[in-house]
Design a protein around this ligand. Structure first.
Ligand code: ADP
Ligand code: MG
Length: 250
């Protein structure tokens, strides 16, 4: 079998309490693939994303990106992590400086750095906010600034943790269209199953630190029994509707 873009093999993460919050996760993501990561609160979605980046050290197992093992604690510019809480990600005085931090991480300086920052801001549509203090941004603008700060490092795989959480409809739509237009592979952890359906042909369902299902999004998200077993509901757009009105058929 040829190497996938991302290959996680038999990942375990044990918390200091002794609890295993990831229990043998094996996952392949191909270049350009968009995969939705769904499951109830506490299932281990965030833990899995952090373990893939090496931020959180796996107790067992390996993660490879393009065949290269990701060392825990190391910096892997090929992986771009967008935090659920933008405040955890943004720390520079201005938007441009925050994005420049990422550019410096991959060794850029001078004019190429300025160009890369401008391009990243342009790509997410916030070039006009370059000089704005990060604490003067709306929630939606913060999320876009975080995305720019990651894109500037030209990652091969984006790891997005609840990207639409706390966004208004306009910013949610803007984000969906932005992500749809990108050619990077993505692993998107989300409770927003309609967003997952729009963006991800494939879904991985996790619960209690284990992969419960991995396959076509419509088949998994549309399986009422499977979804209910893991505290989920079939998203509205996959439920049958009456022809008259819009009442659900029960
Ligand atoms: N810093 C931590 N220390 C101990 N346990 C944690 C920590 N963070 C998360 N957990 C536990 O790990 C499990 C998985 O959490 P998490 O990955 O955040 O789930 P999800 O993102 O799917 O909601 C939960 O049981 C949670 O309580
Ligand atoms: Mg989470």
């Amino acid at each position: 079998m040829t190497a996938a873009l991302l290959e996680a093999h038999d990942l375990f993460v044990r918390r200091p309490s002794g609890l295993d919050v990831l229990c043998g996760v094996t996952l392949r993501v191909e270049a350009g693939e968009r995969v939705g990561l769904v499951g109830p609160n506490g299932a281990g979605k965030t833990t899995l994303l952090l373990a893939l980046t090496g931020v959180l050290e796996a107790t067992r197992g390996t993660v490879r990106l393009d065949g290269q093992e990701i060392a825990p604690g190391g910096f892997a510019p090929g992986l771009g992590f967008v935090f659920q809480q933008s405040e955890d990600q943004l720390f520079s005085p201005t938007v441009a400086e925050d994005v420049a931090f990422g550019a410096r991480n991959i060794g850029l300086s001078g004019l190429p750095l300025d160009r890369a920052v401008a391009l990243a801001l342009e790509r997410v549509g916030i070039r006009g906010l370059a000089a704005r203090p990060v604490h003067h941004l709306s929630g939606g603008e913060k999320r876009l600034a975080c995305l720019a700060g990651v894109l500037v490092m030209a990652p091969r795989l984006l790891l997005l943790d609840e990207p639409s959480a706390a966004l208004d409809l306009r910013h949610r739509r803007q984000l969906i269209e932005l992500l749809r237009g990108m050619d990077q592979a993505m692993l998107i952890a989300s409770h927003d199953l309609e967003l997952v359906l729009e963006l991800c042909p494939r879904v991985v369902l996790i619960d209690q630190g284990r992969i419960m299902a991995d396959g076509p999004a419509r088949a998994i998200l549309g399986d009422g029994t499977l979804m209910a077993r893991h505290g989920q509901e079939v998203p509205h757009s996959l439920t049958p509707h009456n022809r008259i009105g819009h009442d659900h058929q029960r």
